[in-house]
Design a binder for this molecule. Structure first.
Ligand SMILES: Nc1nc2c(ncn2[C@@H]2O[C@H](COP(=O)(O)OP(=O)(O)OP(=O)(O)O)[C@@H](O)[C@H]2O)c(=O)[nH]1
Length: 311
């Protein structure tokens, strides 16, 4: 079947601006974190595997200098990994050479994380290394990429074996910030129990849209209607037509209104509105497009519409 009629040449973002897509208060901890990063021996940055190039915040690069850095591309179960080679090459070009794809729900590849960190830390130059053999690492990343899930997965793996031990708060420092767990013995590695939340770098409306689809930006700030339209555009571009079967369509669909109408009817999401006519007011039933858009986006995020690579 020829599907060229499905493909829009480009997506029209209209006059949208990204300025308010990530509210200032969510980035409050950034300055504080910059100071903290200086005292760490290795940064474990988590990002969403569907957007390995978009939205990563480079703040830690200035703070880290030559310190080891490991990029965890999480939610690999939702990403189109046929693109892995290209992505790894592009990241390498940007100077990011240590990358592990993980699934923190099924604990896939979690076992590789600590050995890689140990190796990176073991090979790195560290000031006063002889006197202080303890190494501290911290998990950081933009919202909703799975930072807490990674910490929990590491915990499951290392506490279960009985090798890891919890380290309580030190005086004068907030307990929640300084609770550490041991994740390796040789070298001795501790992981801060609380992840560092970074604000995403949103360099264009399209980057913002990708971040929003992955749940990194609050949906209502971007608009679920345009997110749904962009999602349909992406799925069609990537020949990912699982939505057809999922929503009981006859064939792929190029138009978001048609799709949302279908979703709304399938889910019974309709609403009564008053229409003013020449013969008086009448109540008519119309599809609830918002509810349909919401379902389309959520279903995609659960992985039920197939895997994608947004970069
Ligand atoms: N499919 C899938 N979902 C995941 C994976 N890892 C985490 N999640 C889900 O992603 C959502 C966010 O996970 P969190 O661990 O809370 O992410 P976070 O980065 O700590 O989020 P913030 O606290 O908002 O910064 C949760 O619903 C997790 O269940 C994964 O590998 N695959």
């Amino acid at each position: 079947m020829r599907l060229s009629w499905l493909l829009r040449k480009s997506f029209d973002f209209g006059e949208r601006e990204v300025a308010h897509w990530f509210p200032g208060h969510m980035a409050k901890g950034l300055k504080q974190m910059k100071t903290k990063l200086k005292n760490l021996d290795c940064i474990v940055e988590v990002h969403d595997a569907r957007i390995p190039l978009s939205g990563r915040n480079p703040i830690f690069q200035d703070s880290l200098g030559m310190k080891p850095h490991l990029l965890i591309l999480n939610k690999m179960d939702l990403a189109d990994l046929t693109q892995k080679k290209r992505i790894l090459a592009q990241l390498k070009q940007q100077g990011v050479g240590n990358v592990i794809f993980t699934d923190c729900v099924k604990d896939q590849n979690i076992k590789h994380v600590v050995p890689v960190i140990s190796e990176l830390v073991g090979c790195s130059q560290r000031f006063h290394r002889e006197e202080n053999t303890e190494t501290c690492i911290m998990v950081i990343g933009v919202p909703n990429v799975g930072k807490s899930s990674l910490i929990n997965a590491l915990r499951r793996m290392h506490l279960r074996k009985g090798k890891a031990s919890r380290v309580g708060a030190e005086p004068g420092i907030t307990r929640s910030v300084l609770t550490k767990i041991q994740v390796s013995e040789s070298p001795l590695i501790f992981l801060f129990d609380t992840p560092g939340v970074l604000s995403p770098r949103i360099e264009s409306v399209e980057t913002g849209m990708k971040l929003a689809l992955c749940g990194t930006i609050l949906d209502h700030l971007v608009g679920e209607d345009i997110m749904a339209d962009y999602l349909l555009y992406i799925l069609n571009q990537q020949m990912q037509h699982r939505y057809v079967e999922h929503y009981g369509l006859e064939k792929p669909c190029a138009d978001i209104e048609t799709l949302l109408k279908r979703i709304a009817l399938k889910l019974g999401k309709t609403q009564k509105v008053k229409a003013i006519t020449g013969v008086g007011d009448v109540n008519i039933t119309v599809p609830n497009y918002n509810a349909a858009a919401y379902d389309f986006i959520r279903t995609f995020r659960r992985g039920q519409l197939g895997v994608v690579m947004l970069d």
